[in-house]
Design a binder for this molecule. Structure first.
Ligand code: SF4
Length: 195
């Protein structure tokens, strides 16, 4: 008998697997929903998300919602949208000040059990290179931009995107086809799947 979702959520909430690597300690932020048709796979919480416990509660989240064509209320309340980052807890920063990568233990341990409780997912948005590495594997191209440019190869289930951090403003400027081709497709799919 598979573990039910409330029990799984309790185990995740109590997870300490990579505690020694987390500068602010464990605080898993993940929103599985059994009726989800869309799944957002990002990187890992930043400090604002760690403090609030609310996923995508920052400027990256504002940009993601714009890309999806969703307001905050729909984004946070729709039973058809789930949020599962590559790492559920804030991983700290690198010596150069950049974001540390999501802890690799996390997706390996928790993604498959959570996905087993979300059988209706039709679209997985892979926001950033860590999500793309995990879900596309060898099908990934040499660079993130090339992978995103080849987005049609991964559909209909997977859609690779840049991570919507402040840096993605530059990526969008250099690659206007993202806004011209991918975002209209994404918004139409989101509207269809959220009904
Ligand atoms: S990042 Fe993931 S594996 Fe590490 S403590 Fe948090 S929930 Fe557990």
């Amino acid at each position: 008998m598979p573990e039910d979702l409330p029990a799984l959520r309790e185990r995740i909430a109590a997870c300490r697997i990579c505690e020694q690597h987390l500068p602010l300690g464990p605080r898993p932020v993940v929103v599985p929903r059994p009726e989800a048709r869309i799944l957002i796979v990002g990187q890992a919480p930043g400090t604002k998300v760690h403090e609030s416990g609310i996923p995508w509660n920052d400027r990256s989240g504002d940009r993601l919602r714009d890309w999806l064509g969703l307001d905050r209320e729909t984004f946070y309340t729709s039973e058809r949208l789930a949020i599962m980052p590559m790492g559920f807890c804030y991983p700290g920063v690198l010596p150069n000040g950049g974001d540390a990568p999501p802890r690799p233990e996390c997706a390996r341990k928790w993604h498959d059990p959570l996905l087993a409780h979300m059988p209706s997912i039709e679209l997985v948005v892979l926001a950033g290179m860590y999500a793309q590495a995990h879900y596309l594997g060898k099908a990934r191209k040499k660079t993130l931009t090339e992978t995103v440019r080849a987005w049609r190869e991964y559909g209909p289930r997977y859609l690779p995107l840049p991570h919507p951090s402040w840096r993605s403003g530059n990526i969008l400027k250099r690659n206007p086809w993202i806004e011209a081709e991918i975002l209209p497709h994404l918004r139409a799919e989101v509207a269809r799947l959220l009904g």
